[in-house]
Design a protein. Structure first.
Length: 139
């Protein structure tokens, strides 16, 4: 069995947003040389997410609005976490809802997706550089 590890870096200028990272993950898979196995893609930050869904702009906008209703950023004093001097408690909650990682099967050297599936990086406390781990395991 072989393994491959690579970190991807993202820096969103806004507080919240989504990036389709499927092409970068596909590049990692090609670089790994692995034809059968699994790809793990996970955020290395507790205020960001990796998830699988449809790359449709209306849906991504819906996610943003829905998450802001579930865990609004303001007023920041509503969260005990922010008593520490932070202002990102909402980002922790949004990450918990959207998830930490995605695992995708690799078949014949390709990501084995269902219809419309794509991998996304979700940022909930942007404005600084963050990392995503891509780990490919297989043969």
């Amino acid at each position: 069995m072989k393994t491959f590890r690579k970190e991807l870096f993202f820096h969103l200028p806004q507080r919240m947003g989504f990036i389709n990272i499927t092409p970068q993950v596909e590049e990692c898979l090609i670089e790994s040389g692995i034809r059968e196995g699994l790809v793990l893609v996970n955020s290395m930050h507790i205020t960001a997410s990796v998830f699988i869904n449809d790359d449709e702009s209306g849906l991504l906008d819906d996610f943003e609005k829905w998450l802001e209703r579930l865990a609004p950023h303001a007023p920041t004093p509503q969260y005990r976490h922010n008593d520490t001097g932070e202002d990102n408690a909402d980002a922790h909650l949004k990450r918990q809802v959207m998830g930490r990682e995605a695992v995708v099967a690799v078949t014949n050297g390709r990501l084995d997706f269902g219809t419309w599936e794509q991998i996304f990086y979700g940022e909930f406390d942007g404005r600084r550089k963050k990392r995503v781990l891509v780990k490919v395991v297989g043969e």
